[in-house]
Design a binder for this molecule. Structure first.
Ligand code: 5GP
Length: 190
């Protein structure tokens, strides 16, 4: 089962994914995708992403290496899930998880051979997100861009298998764990 998690920047999806990885331990892995964005301080190659140049990414697109890819953010960087990497990881782990944007989820769901579970982490209204991003220390121009992006992503939330409202991080983690457990059980009965 490939668990796809979306939500605005600041929605808490990274924290939730971290806890899900701990909880399901050896049965789950984070599937790193590829990106043409620059590595950020503290990030490790191969953990969340493999970092490619724009040219390397475009070559990989031409070679058909991606299940899906997007030019995600308003900054024009590419993000995509490699078919080979997905195949390798899914042989080793019954559960895979990755955060992808709303369009990525739509495209991965179209793949007949991939069993997906999509979860949207809903941060609530714009003001709630603005508050969180200010507390996190993001700069103001960036915050407005992220709110614009949130409005766009919120427009897709009803297409997800589940929406988890994160007005309390502990509750949101628990709810996400329960959803995954329920879906594992459903599949085991098939
Ligand atoms: P960031 O640059 O902050 O790591 O990610 C920016 C956005 O790209 C996030 O919404 C993240 O979920 C999304 N993203 C990360 N990897 C992929 C991917 O492989 N495909 C798609 N479609 N979106 C991705």
């Amino acid at each position: 089962m490939f668990i796809l998690v979306s939500g605005a920047s600041g929605s808490g999806k990274s924290t939730i994914i971290k806890e899900i990885l701990k909880h399901f331990d050896k049965n789950i892995a984070l599937l790193p995708s590829s990106t043409s964005r620059k590595i950020r301080p503290g990030e490790i190659e191969g953990e969340n992403y493999y970092y490619l140049t724009k040219e390397e990414f475009e070559d990989a697109i031409k070679n058909g290496e991606f299940i899906e890819y997007q030019k995600v953010f308003e900054n024009g960087n590419y993000y995509g899930v490699s078919r080979n990497r997905y195949n390798d990881y899914s042989k080793k782990y019954p559960l895979l998880i990755k955060d992808v944007d709303v369009l990525g989820v739509e495209n991965i769901k179209k793949e007949d051979d991939i069993d997906t579970l999509s979860i949207y982490i809903d941060v609530g209204d714009d003001e709630e997100l603005r508050k969180r991003l200010i507390n996190r220390g993001d700069d103001l121009k960036d915050i407005e861009l992220r709110i614009k992006r949130k409005r766009f992503e919120d427009g897709y939330k009803n297409k997800y298998d589940y929406i988890v409202l994160n007005d309390d991080i502990e509750k949101a983690i628990l709810k996400t764990k329960k959803i995954i457990e329920k879906e594992i059980e459903k599949r085991s009965k098939k």
